[in-house]
Design a protein around this ligand. Structure first.
Ligand code: ZN
Length: 377
């Protein structure tokens, strides 16, 4: 087996996660459908050459994104503020005013809209899961995957958020992107930060759709190997994301050297993972034994992994995205409910899936007159 970023065969086994839903953000119409979604195996590996973490048994042919796929996080005020701040920052940094911006994998175009509004720009975006209906006159969005987009892409900035981790050959993808762009074009990518998983115990970020988990080192490797010169690489969103600023280079770039502390983190990850899983099984087992009603909050990727790995006894999962209400969690079948649902069925314990939203969730519960015990997963 070789690393999907740098092709090195110097690879360590990290942890066997087992079978998980292939599309964790797919909206399931019934509990039965939810319990019968296709599963895929996850065996995490670590590349000692470039510091990349990846699913060594990933099968890309199993994953097919469609308009039933819903992973927009824009219903959260906090996430919206983060995205707006990032858009403003990019407009300032790249002087994007009356310019043309391109977004690869733009979802429903929320972020592209923010980028265009912040600098009076026009935007072109594409995404196979685009459902249509974004009526921002500054945008053109096509329901296409990257390989279906023909010809050169001409723009002042190309951005791509939370896409690269879904691609089984990321370096090849970046090379193909670079070949469609003019030399010197600015490129900004955002991906989940594997340090949040390895260093901060964010094990619920492991999902089948993410075949690759970038560290600062592996992200830099992928870019440089693809002819994209990295200028800056920063952590964002409480350390959960990495943002890389690069530009298309016409010279051959050398890859950066490896960070030794990463390998130590990787080597201890199997223990971190097992401790966390057993701690949560005990916590939820105790709650069940006491007859306490437990709900989770946040039916995104983290919520799906949490429920599939440890939370089969959890009653329901809350989500503020109205598109998810009345649907069921892929793999385990819990209903996805609105916060108001908890007034009628008050929980004793609410497990918060993402620490970044703890304050926002606590405030919502207070507003509903509820005071359950809160734990961050
Ligand atoms: Zn590698």
């Amino acid at each position: 087996m070789s690393c999907p970023v740098c092709k090195s065969a110097d690879v360590l086994d990290l942890v066997d996660v087992g079978d998980m839903p292939i599309l964790c953000n797919e909206l399931c119409p019934t509990e039965e459908v939810a319990r019968e979604v296709p599963l895929g195996a996850i065996q995490l590996c670590f590349c000692r050459n470039c510091g990349h973490v990846f699913n060594g048994v990933f099968d890309g042919s199993k994953v097919e994104y469609s308009p039933d796929y819903e992973n927009s996080l824009h219903c959260s005020g906090m996430f919206q503020r983060y995205a707006d701040d990032l858009a403003t920052h990019l407009v300032e940094r790249y002087d994007l005013r009356n310019k043309r911006v391109i977004e690869v994998g733009c979802g429903q175009g929320d972020f592209l809209s923010s980028l265009c509004a912040a600098g009076d720009n026009t935007g072109f975006g594409f995404d196979p899961s685009y459902q249509g209906g974004n009526d921002d006159p500054r945008l053109t969005i096509r329901p296409l995957s990257f390989s279906e987009v023909e010809g050169k892409l001409v723009g002042d900035l190309v951005c791509c958020r939370h896409v690269l981790e879904h691609i089984d050959e990321p370096t090849k993808f970046l090379r193909a992107l670079a070949s469609k762009l003019e030399s010197g074009t600015a490129v900004v990518f955002e991906v989940p930060n594997v340090l949040f998983t390895l260093r901060d115990g964010g094990i619920w970020d492991i999902i089948y759709e993410h075949c690759g988990y970038f560290s600062p080192s592996s992200l830099r490797h992928a870019f440089q190997l693809a002819g994209l010169e990295v200028h800056e690489l920063e952590e964002s969103f409480n350390g959960q994301f990495l943002v890389v600023h690069a530009k298309v280079s016409d010279t051959v770039l050398t890859a950066a050297s490896e960070d030794a502390s990463l390998e130590e983190l990787a080597a201890s990850f199997a223990d971190t993972y097992r401790d966390k899983v057993s701690q949560w099984r005990k916590e939820l087992g105790d709650a069940h034994a006491e007859g306490a009603r437990v709900v989770a909050w946040g039916a995104g990727s983290k919520g799906n992994t949490f429920l599939n790995l440890v939370g089969k006894g959890v009653s329901a999962i809350v989500d503020i995205n109205p598109k998810k209400r009345g649907k069921f969690v892929a793999g385990t079948g819990q209903p996805i409910v609105a916060p108001e649902h908890l007034v009628e069925y008050p929980p004793a314990l609410v497990v918060i899936m993402n620490p970044a939203y703890e304050t926002e969730i606590a405030a919502s519960l207070r507003k509903l007159g509820l005071e359950p015990r809160l734990l961050v997963a």
